[in-house]
Every structure is written in structure tokens, then in C-alpha cells.
Design a protein around this ligand. Structure first.
Ligand code: 2RA
Length: 329
């Protein structure tokens, strides 16, 4: 059985790794939990085993077969050491995603890309993963010419601090206290913030460029036209996305619906007559991407509109990484 290390084991994604490894009965020999110095010494119980969290160092990976990195700056620092020790790294940070020597993998979309890894496999950004799972059935059916996406991203995308900030602000508001913000640039409770991560080229944010460039890499279509607006909303842990797709070929909307019914990793919730559509409150804590509001875009020749929701911590991060590890096995 492979020996597995989790780097960033005490954070929101790290904790989800523990849950998902257990839920999916992933075979684990030794489980090594690594984190910053601050968390070292903490004890955690996983599947009846008590495990002490260790500080991540360059020597932490001896004997490890698979290293799951939860994200953050530790990846750029320690992933090369893990690879040198003989581990395969599955990395949830953005450090290696666009590196041409590193496959960027969503198992429902491009599973074969794991085959050419050289020690590191990158897990895409959460909003990208959720979008590409929903794009895949349409891509296979009719080809994709252009995508216009607007996201409604949960505070969990900013980790445990993001979740705590929203909870604290709601509590402060209920108590009549001042609302304080540290993680987000403005108050997030009862607000939406149309900026995730830093501004970059053309006044697009880093998150928006991730959705463009990562999607092109995953589908191996460098010139797929994609434009994104990414927005933080006061939701705890599922991201929602309004996706407009222009296809290469004309397809009937019924064909699209049938393709979604058969698609891997997708649950269709689309019954306007019964007022049913995906919503983040109901999709949280599950591994599938929920697709609904499937309808023709009447403003162009070959257009489709979708409303897509997925748990950011699970399919958007930890589940996708564990699925990649399953492909490796
Ligand atoms: C966010 N995409 O939602 C980020 C997390 N990877 O902030």
C-alpha cells in the first residue's frame, strides 16, 4: 500500500483530504501529516490511527509514495524535495499548473494526461475544475468555440480564514458590533466582491486568467476563446457559475440534456416546472458537479446557457486530487 503524505494537513483542504481518503477507501500504508511549525505536535485521529502532525521540511518525504499538497506557498518550496525523495506530488497550488512539464488533470476530462508526469501533477483551480466538468459533455458533443463565465465563489476558496471571516461578520452583525475584515478586501457578509486574487494584465484578476489558461491547457485547445468574471459571494463552501457556451456545431438542446444525463461526475438538477435547479446550499459536501438551467442562448446561432454548482473544497480541490491519486494506482 502506498505511503501518503498530506502537506497542509490542518487547513480546510488538508482536513478534507483526510475525510476523502477514508470515504473512498484509498489504500494507505503510512499516513504522514505535515504542516507549518505552528501546527506541529497536534494530534489527529484518522481511521483509528493517532497521528502527530510534523513540521514540513525538505527531509519530510523519505519513504513517501504520494504527496498531496493542499496548496499555498509550501508547494514551490517543498514539492521538488518530495519528488527528489521519490514521491509523486499532486499539487493543489497554482505553482506548477501552467508549467509545460506538468500535467494539469481533471479525471473526468483529461485522465490520460497523468501518464506523462515527471513527478508532479497539478490539480487545477477550484472554479476551473467545476467549469471544465460541465464543459466536457458539450465539448465532446459539439466542440466549443467560446465560453463566457461569471462565478459566484464561496468564502471557502480563501481557506479556513475565509470561512471564519464570514461567520464572524454574521455574528458581529447580529450582535450589533463592528464588522472586521482581514482576509477579503471588503466586508463579505451581505456583500459581493467582484475581485478574487490580484489584478493582472488587462485589469483581469489572477483568478480570471486561471480560468482561461487552465481550461485551454486541460482541453489541449490553446485558442479556445474564454472570458471570465470572478466574484466572491457570502456563501460558505460551494462555488456557482453562470456559463455561456458557443459551440462549433449546432446541437439541439435535448441532445445536450441527454449528454449531461450520461456524463461522468455530473448530477443534472433541471426541472423549471418543479422549480428545481442547482444551489450551493444543497450541493455542499458532495463530490459531483450539479448542472441545471440548461437552455438555448437565443441571441447567437449556436449558444447554450448553464448554471453550474460544485463543492469548492471537495470536487474543486481535495476530491479531484484524490481521484488523480486513484488514476496513478
Ligand atoms: C478561490 N479559487 O476561490 C480560489 C481558491 N482556489 O479563492
Amino acid at each position: 500500500m502506498p505511503n501518503v503524505a498530506i502537506v497542509g494537513a490542518t487547513g480546510a483542504v488538508g482536513q478534507e483530504f483526510l475525510k476523502i481518503l477514508a470515504e473512498r477507501n484509498f489504500p494507505v500504508g503510512e499516513l504522514r501529516l505535515l504542516a507549518t511549525k505552528r501546527s506541529a505536535g497536534k494530534k489527529m485521529v484518522w481511521q483509528g490511527r493517532e497521528i502527530e502532525v510534523q513540521e514540513t521540511t525538505h527531509d519530510s518525504f523519505k519513504g513517501i509514495d504520494i504527496a498531496l499538497f493542499a496548496g499555498g506557498s509550501s508547494s514551490a518550496e517543498y514539492a521538488p524535495s518530495a519528488v527528489k525523495s521519490g514521491a509523486v506530488v499532486i499539487d493543489n497550488s497554482s505553482a506548477y499548473r501552467l508549467d509545460p512539464d506538468v500535467p494539469l488533470v481533471v479525471p473526468e476530462v483529461n485522465p490520460d494526461d497523468v501518464k506523462w508526469h515527471k513527478g508532479i501533477i497539478a490539480n487545477p483551480n477550484c472554479s476551473t475544475i467545476i467549469m471544465v466538468v460541465a464543459m466536457k459533455p458539450i465539448f465532446d458533443l459539439a466542440g466549443i468555440k467560446r465560453v463566457v463565465v461569471s462565478t459566484y465563489q464561496a468564502v471557502s476558496g480563501a481557506g479556513r480564514e475565509g470561512i471564519e471571516e464570514l461567520e464572524n461578520q454574521v455574528r458581529s452583525w447580529a450582535n450589533g458590533d463592528e464588522l472586521k475584515n482581514h482576509t477579503f478586501p471588503y466586508q463579505i457578509a451581505f456583500n459581493v466582491i467582484p475581485r478574487i486574487d490580484v489584478f493582472q494584465e488587462g485589469d483581469y484578476t489572477k483568478e480570471e486568467w486561471k480560468m482561461v489558461k487552465e481550461t485551454q491547457k486541460i482541453f489541449h485547445v490553446d485558442d479556445m476563446a474564454i472570458t471570465a468574471t470572478t466574484v466572491r459571494v457570502p456563501i460558505l463552501r460551494s462555488h456557482s457559475e453562470s456559463i455561456n457556451i458557443e459551440t462549433e456545431r449546432k446541437v439541439a438542446i435535448e441532445e445536450v440534456k441527454t449528454a449531461f444525463q450520461k456524463a461522468q461526475g455530473v448530477i443534472v438538477v433541471d426541472n423549471p416546472a418543479e422549480d428545481q435547479y442547482p444551489m450551493p446550499w444543497f450541493s455542499s459536501d458532495s463530490d459531483e458537479v450539479y448542472v441545471g438551467r440548461i437552455r438555448q442562448d437565443f441571441s447567437i446561432e449556436n449558444g447554450i446557457n448553464l448554471w453550474v454548482v460544485g463543492d469548492q473544497i471537495r470536487k474543486g480541490a481535495a476530491t479531484n486530487a484524490v481521484q488523480i491519486a486513484e488514476l496513478l494506482l
